[in-house]
Design a protein around this ligand. Structure first.
Ligand SMILES: [Zn+2]
Length: 156
């Protein structure tokens, strides 16, 4: 199924203050991302596993859309965020990329400037000391715990 712009618009407009989509979309800010093992639905109708949580800056309304719609229609660039997330979800020793590090810091998954600087300084490093590696794993696991929803975890 195609990403249906009309369906997305019909979902976003009533949650926005503005009455035209071009203005309405400027009210929304990315407030979190999640990767799900199970499929979910974007308001456009597309099945998605990469969810982008949005908050309306004018009225506090919240929703989520898939990573294609967030970029194509809302105009928010998630860049390499999901690529970085996939990498550390598969291997907690892997390096987070810059987009992911900045997002995780803004979301509070990275607790301090020291952690932030460590990840940034080692984002292209192949060899880390054992202490650095375990520090990186600890931070990566924390990021993954906040952003990756395994099968059935969200069933209550
Ligand atoms: Zn969509």
């Amino acid at each position: 199924m195609e990403h249906n712009f009309e369906r997305l618009k019909a979902h976003i407009l009533p949650l926005s203050e503005a009455h035209t989509f071009n203005l309405a979309k400027t009210e929304w800010k990315l407030v979190g991302v999640e990767m799900h093992e199970d499929f979910d639905h974007c308001p456009c109708g597309q099945q998605i596993k990469e969810l982008c949580y949005l908050e309306n800056q004018k009225n506090g309304n919240k929703t989520y859309v898939g990573n294609v719609c967030v970029n194509r229609f809302i105009g928010i660039d998630t860049g390499n965020l999901f690529a970085g997330l996939k990498r550390i979800a598969l291997d907690d020793k892997a390096n987070a990329n810059e987009d992911l590090i900045i997002h995780a810091y803004n979301m509070g998954y990275i607790y301090s400037e020291k952690e932030f600087n460590f990840l940034m300084q080692t984002k292209n490093k192949r060899k880390l000391s054992p202490a650095q590696l375990s520090w990186k794993q600890k931070i990566n696991r924390r990021i993954v715990n906040q952003t990756v929803v395994r099968k059935n975890e969200n069933n209550t």
